[in-house]
Design a protein around this ligand. Structure first.
Ligand code: X8Z
Ligand code: ZN
Length: 600
């Protein structure tokens, strides 16, 4: 034991006794000692929890689920206990970084367990079980035939163009949600109880409190950002629908109504890049297909991850540790159940970084790899900070970093790394932008829907008897999509989306979609790129890398506008960068849509 940690232990003991003092007699030294002890305890429990979750997600069994649930429970209970104790320091004038750590401690959970041990155990068991049920989910066609897992189903939705088969497979996967309904209802009751014990009105309000502004103000921020980008989405929607009417006929795709969700190339209609060939502009197609290139080269999952790593090292980041390559899961194992949904891990809060993915050699996975590595390089950048600061400035930042890098995957970059022979000229810009818009713009309303639904559910505005109805009402309102056939309350379609089953908040992805264009614009300008933003790549630019690293190293130590400013010079989330990026496409879409129905 070092001298420093001996001192910390003694101070912590003193602090333990002084927690019994009334608030007025607490001192800043007590607060410091409390935080040191709390951070050490939580770090230890969090590492144990990460290990148990890793094993649960890469070997799903009855036992690994229980072990992960127990480890989660220990971490959550400790956090709840410490958050309740932290209230004792309210009203004390403290150094800003200590005050912020205390505040973050109270906000750090996405699921708060009630103090009652039986309820706490029940909640964590349900939560772990829901994620496991999603991970094990399959569609077994009636009348025989091999069962399909989520990866195979995703491939059908991406490539099949038979509306009947798409509807069957879509419906088959969505059946995974139905058995989760009762557990989800109980999960809502218990997690709300935990949130109330921490002083929040419900779990949704707890989630909205994490943005360095009042929870209602955050909800208004989302509305404001959505209003900025909505016209762009509506134009894209109208154009895509028109092309789908041409392809499938007006009896399959209503010319003025919502688009059938199963026709958009993705199980949740969240990203539409897979139907690019159906909507490509006749005279501006860029003429290359990254998926085809990767397949032609027989690129292995490891090869693809290496491309991603090399982008980061080109910006001056240190390479990933050897253990990353040894311990990550890059491909779906044949011999066991796993959660394929991609995720990035920092197991020991030191340098045991990993990804868990079932990589296919496609352009979509190429982008997802950059997304995940963004998480890993962020985790590594802030891992020297106190435990409470080891997170992104707000949760959108964590999701935005890797995507920012993926925006630099331009044709010119692909030429530089030898994946493409020559870059298409400017006459193909509309094709490039449309391809990106199908990924990024199409996602925007989806990024809102999930938590608009959950906020209402947690607040009790949507009752269990109306879970599925409310889900489809929101999908219609924001996305303008409809299910292949009427859905009822014996279905539970939200459960067929990973983040609902795994209780991962989702507004973060909407924020990330907006922020990544702000980050990309700032880095591209810093790198001296004068051309249109979609042709700018910061590959190999150390200044851009240093600026990015500066923000990542701040972790969550400052309110997020400070981190945003460190990278971009701006203090607000603002969709103008995204609108600028897509401006030529918006003009083109509006021309294409002239005289055709717009909206639904
Ligand atoms: O879940 C993810 C990542 C892991 S954080 C693969 N994403 C969202 C989703 O798949 O629904 C990235 C984009 C949105
Ligand atoms: Zn992510």
């Amino acid at each position: 034991m070092t001298l420093r940690s001996t001192f910390a232990a003694a101070a912590a003991l003193f602090a333990a006794a002084s927690w019994l003092l009334p608030a007025s007699r607490k001192t800043p030294a007590d607060a410091r000692a409390f935080l040191e002890k709390a951070n050490a305890e939580l770090l230890k429990l969090s590492v144990e929890g990460q290990r148990a979750s890793w094993v649960r997600s890469t070997h799903i069994t009855y036992d690994t689920e229980l072990l992960a649930a127990q480890a989660d429970e220990r971490f959550i209970q400790a956090t709840v206990r410490l958050a309740k104790q932290a209230v004792e320091f309210d009203g004390l004038t403290l150094p800003p970084d200590q005050a912020r750590q205390l505040k973050l401690l109270k906000l750090s959970l996405t699921m708060a367990a009630p103090a009652n041990p039986a309820e706490s155990e029940e909640l964590t068991r349900i939560a772990s079980g829901l994620e496991g049920a999603y991970g094990r989910g399959k569609y077994c066609p009636p009348g025989g035939g091999d069962c399909m897992d989520i990866e195979e189903i995703g491939r059908v939705l991406a490539a099949d163009r038979d509306p009947k088969r798409l509807a069957r497979v879509w419906t088959g996967w969505h059946a995974v949600g139905a058995p989760m309904r009762a557990d989800y209802q109980r999960f809502v009751e218990l997690s709300n109880k935990g949130a109330r014990e921490l002083g929040f009105s419900d779990t949704g309000a707890m989630w909205r409190s994490k943005y360095d502004m009042a929870p209602d103000e955050f909800a208004r921020e989302l509305d404001r950002l959505w209003e900025q980008v909505r016209p762009l989405y509506v134009s894209l929607h109208a154009y895509v629908r028109k092309r789908l009417v041409e392809k499938y006929g007006a009896d399959v795709v209503p010319a003025k109504g919502p688009i059938p969700a199963e026709l958009l190339g993705n199980l949740w209609a969240q990203e539409w890049g897979n139907i690019y060939p159906l909507v490509a502009p006749a005279d501006a197609d860029p003429g290359y297909d990254l998926t085809r290139i990767l397949k032609a080269r027989n690129a292995t999952p490891q090869d693809m991850v290496r491309f991603g790593e090399r982008f980061f090292t080109s910006l001056g980041f240190a390479p990933l540790p050897a253990t990353f390559w040894e311990r990550s899961m890059f491909a779906k194992p044949r011999d066991r159940e796993v959660v394929c949904h991609a995720s990035a891990w920092d197991i020991d809060a030191a340098d045991d970084l990993r990804v868990k993915m079932c990589i296919d050699s496609t352009a979509e996975y190429f982008a997802t790899i950059h997304h995940e590595l963004g998480h890993n390089f962020y985790q590594r950048a802030y891992n020297k900070l106190p435990f409470q600061f080891r997170d992104s400035a707000n949760d959108g930042f964590h999701e935005a970093v890797g995507d920012t890098i993926a925006l630099s995957v331009t044709p010119e970059y692909l030429v530089k790394i030898g994946l493409l022979n020559s870059a298409p000229d400017a006459s193909k810009d509309i094709g490039l932008l449309l391809d990106r818009a199908l990924e990024k713009v199409a996602f925007l309303p989806f990024g809102l829907v999930i938590d608009q639904w959950r906020w209402k559910v947690f607040a009790g505005e949507v009752k269990p008897a109306g879970y599925n109805r409310a889900w489809w009402d929101l999908k219609l309102k924001y996305q303008g999509v409809a299910p292949p056939s009427p859905r009822g309350e014996s279905d539970f379609d939200p459960g067929a989306k990973y983040h609902v089953a795994s209780n991962t908040p989702y507004a973060r992805y909407f924020l990330a979609e907006i922020q990544q264009f702000q980050f990309h614009r700032a880095l591209a300008r810093l790198a001296g790129c004068k051309g249109p933003l979609h042709r700018c790549s910061v590959y190999g630019n150390p200044e851009a890398g240093a600026r990015l690293r500066k923000m990542l190293e701040m972790g969550q130590s400052r309110p997020w506008p400070d981190a945003m400013e460190a990278l971009t010079g701006e203090r607000r989330m603002d969709a103008t960068a995204m609108l600028d990026y897509f401006a030529p496409l918006k003009k083109w879409l509006d021309e294409q849509n002239a005289g055709s129905p717009v909206g639904w």
